[in-house]
Design a protein around this ligand. Sequence first.
Ligand SMILES: [Zn+2]
Length: 307
Amino acid sequence: MPGAVGDQSCVRSLELGGTKLTYVVDGAMAMFPSEFFPDVPAEYWANHPEAVDARGRVAMSAGGLLVERDGRTLLVDAGLGDFDGPVPVGDTTVGIGDSGDLPATLTALGRSPADVEAVAFTHLHIDHTGWAFAANGDTGHRKFFPNARYLVAAEEWAPHGRGETIPGAPPRSEVIVPLTGEHTVIADGEEIFPGVRALVTPGHSPGHTSFVIAAGDERVIVFGDVFHIPAQITHPDWSSRPDIDAVRVLAARRRLVAELEQPGTMGFGFHFGDQAFGRVVRGGDGLPSWEPVPAEVLLPAPRLLTE
Ligand SMILES: [Zn+2]
């Protein structure tokens, strides 16, 4: 059964051909609709009670997508990390978060950080880099996935490499500084893992990157934060507060809707409540919308933020 968009994500898995995709959930975020989605009209939320949780907040889980094929393991993104409190974008609090279960989730799945050969980042924001590095006593930070190459698109890394501060980025000393010299730059179209290609889709962040996974007869597009809620598939002009470039993110949304509408294509969204896996379909109104694909529940949502 697909879950509800108003719920935090369970740990769900989908096996397509010889490729297994598992959402390794780290924890929960609950976003304040008007703060995180300034362009969404108030009547949308009023008319769609299913789009929010019992307290009127948008349920957005954080975590990583584990891609397993032929005994090899890729992780796309690294969750929010050990976190409990308000989620800021710049000076604005846009919601609350409670996370830190990605390691326990991996263990429950029978995997360890040492098994991961590559971590590919959709973008360098706090809720996607949380477990990239762990504090290492007084000596700094160590890679949490010790054997993994850390892959970042050149366009995403560039402003950080110049020392710029990007809204939504993690604390520089905890992620950006240790990533300097530890990251491998990737390019648009590059095959970063067998059957997985980078698709640079900027706008939410400078070099936000989607990943296209060939899996059995399907391809699955991990579209990261090009979309935060399914409603942005239908309304691509509904921006998200952290979007850095309104023109480019709109182009990215339109491009990805067109890609997702291609036959044999599925999508994966980290923040789509408990509907992370799905397809884009045209409804009776002729508009594209998200249709969740049932994925097996391996574990319940690790944190719920029901308070
Ligand atoms: Zn995010």
